[in-house]
Ligand binder design. Structure first.
Ligand SMILES: [Zn+2]
Length: 143
């Protein structure tokens, strides 16, 4: 790997705390299954998970298994550490990825293991699971 390769951000970037609305997403991730909440009443996807559907106010949720494919909608390249623990995980590339099998969702994620100079809006990507030391599994995306 070269210094141009997009890395997985340091684990210290966030501590995971879940509740009844977000837990199913992270439980599925731990099994390396990508899912996002889908309203069981009107059929629309929503992300992040919320107690009420913003379209019809239903609380009925389904968690369909997605293909893991996506398209980069937007991204940025972080080259400065905001905390000292991140010095070794630069550069990293936060991104919004659209999921073709969950219309309307733009997942906040990271592009990893590819040259930063080759990342482009509209690039097709696929999920790559990152199992953290603390037991949290984070969906990242790569070419
Ligand atoms: Zn709904």
């Amino acid at each position: 790997m070269t210094s141009d390769t997009a890395k997985v951000p340091a684990e210290e970037i966030f501590e995971l705390i879940t509740d009844q609305w977000t837990g199913p997403y992270w439980d599925a991730a731990r099994r390396h299954v990508l899912t996002v909440p889908k309203c069981a009443s009107c059929g629309k996807f929503r992300m992040p998970p919320t107690p009420f559907c913003p379209h019809c106010l239903s609380q009925e949720i389904e968690w369909p298994e997605l293909s893991g494919g996506g398209t980069i909608y937007s991204y940025t390249v972080v080259t400065r550490a905001i905390i000292p623990q991140m010095e070794t995980t630069l550069p990293y590339v936060p991104a919004l990825v659209e999921l073709p099998d969950a219309p309307g969702v733009r997942l906040v994620t990271n592009i990893v293991d590819v040259p930063v100079s080759e990342i482009k809006v509209g690039q097709a990507v696929k999920v790559r699971w990152h199992d953290r030391r603390d037991g949290v599994t984070v969906p990242c995306f790569t070419f």
